[in-house]
Design a protein around this ligand. Structure first.
Ligand code: SAM
Length: 249
């Protein structure tokens, strides 16, 4: 199913959050460990401030939290109206329990991260939410970026998946540290009785694609699939880290 045929206006953001992020799953903890190590090496300390982008953020704030020490300003782009509303509510600096503290605690003692005393407030002050399709992203605009489970979880069409990865990388300036996450072997996912599509990828197919893309120093980390999994119907999660290059896409 192509992206524009998917009923994104029926995407139940609260249910998606409940399924995926109500607790910290071992796979996400593993990704957070690898991604933070990569960013610390790629961005260094003291942290130069950058323009950050998280594409198709949905109800996942941890990619943005990972980039927070280096983000002067962070743009969340989304397409589904329910996710736009969810982001508006959940990125506000309001009193009370902050659900994302459990995710933040995984990085809180690391260099650069430990300089942020109130991550909820810092993120609230630094962010902007834009309704924008990945295919309409402006080019070479941001200098650090993340895209988690979007290119492969927004379409069932392989060519469109590849175009989405290219559009994301093309929105970053050359030299930008990049995080991308994908579900390996997924054929789709359910959110409150609605089926959403996936492109079925493998570590190998992803690595082959990456060789043709403007990204270097690329590493693909496959999560340990002996740990408790998010759901049946996929093989592992794949985290790609790398630095965008000038190569023409
Ligand atoms: C599997 S979810 C991933 C959400 C989140 N990034 C995460 O890590 O859980 C796929 C996301 O892609 C978004 N999406 C769908 N079509 C899109 C498009 N054309 N441009 C940008 N995002 C899109 C959906 O609204 C949804 O939030």
């Amino acid at each position: 199913m192509p992206n524009d045929a998917v009923p994104w206006s029926d995407f139940d953001a609260d249910e998606y959050w409940k399924i995926n992020y109500a607790s910290v799953l071992p796979e996400d903890a593993e990704i957070i460990g690898h991604a933070s190590k990569f960013l610390l090496e790629a961005c260094g300390e003291p942290a130069p401030l950058r323009q950050a982008l998280d594409v198709g953020a949905g109800t996942n704030l941890y990619p943005a939290l990972l980039m927070l020490p280096w983000a002067k300003h962070i743009v969340f782009t989304e397409y589904a109206p329910s996710n736009i509303d969810w982001l508006g509510e959940n990125l506000a600096d309001v009193p009370g329990e902050w659900h994302w503290r459990r995710f933040w605690n995984l990085v809180a003692d690391l260099p650069c991260y430990r300089a942020i005393s109130d991550p909820r407030r810092t993120l609230a002050a630094a962010h902007e939410i834009r309704t924008l399709s990945i295919f309409d992203l402006p080019r070479r605009t941001w200098d650090i970026g993340s895209m988690f489970f979007v290119a492969d979880g927004m379409t069932g069409d392989e060519a469109e998946f590849e175009a989405a990865v290219r559009a994301f990388l093309g929105a970053l300036r050359p030299g930008s540290p990049t995080l991308m996450a994908f579900m390996e072997g997924s054929t789709g996912y359910d959110v409150r009785g609605r089926r959403f599509p996936s492109v079925k990828i493998t570590q190998r197919s992803l690595e082959t694609l990456l060789t043709a893309l403007p990204i270097t120093e690329t590493s693909v980390h496959r999560t340990d699939n002996s740990v408790r999994r998010l759901r049946p119907g996929y093989d592992a999660m794949l985290l790609v880290t790398g630095i965008t290059t000038k190569r023409l896409e």
